[in-house]
Design a protein around this ligand. Structure first.
Ligand code: AMP
Length: 128
């Protein structure tokens, strides 16, 4: 095994794509709302609110905890896209919530950094 610092990679084997890479590469269908050379945004398959979009970098960073200094520009790009997508989805006036689940305690189910953009209804705080 080769230890890459971000998980183990078998020698000679291509790293398997994450679910979200497959969506970004159009190997799995999704309802796209935005895409550019660095990221894609698509509707969550199990929405928890009238608007529930996932914003995902094409680069398969496993989580925000695994992001590195070299990802700074990409992360800034994503932050700016949050507002752009929220405005396009009609959420600017009422507001919206952004969520990045990280690891088991937070309930992260897809090990590819993603930002939930959730809105269209009022929400409670703190979250469950
Ligand atoms: P998390 O639990 O924070 O890792 O979020 C993963 C999200 O991906 C969940 O809200 C799922 O509903 C969503 N999801 C899983 N599979 C798909 C898919 N094929 N298309 C769109 N969203 C998906």
């Amino acid at each position: 095994m080769l230890h890459s610092g971000r998980g183990c990679v078998k020698f000679g084997a291509a790293m398997e794509k994450t679910l979200f890479q497959k969506i970004a590469d159009k190997e799995i269908p999704a309802a796209m709302v935005y895409e550019d050379s660095l990221c894609v945004a698509f509707r969550d398959i199990t929405p928890v609110a009238p608007v529930h979009v996932l914003l995902v970098p094409r680069k398969p960073i496993p989580s925000i905890e695994a992001a590195a200094a070299e990802d700074a520009e990409l992360l800034a790009h994503l932050m700016l896209k949050v507002g752009e997508i929220a405005r396009a989805e009609g959420l600017a006036e009422g507001g919206f919530r952004t969520v990045m689940n990280t690891g088991a305690d937070a309930g992260q189910t897809v090990p590819h950094l993603h930002i939930h953009i959730i809105g269209g209804r009022s929400m409670q705080w703190p979250p469950g």
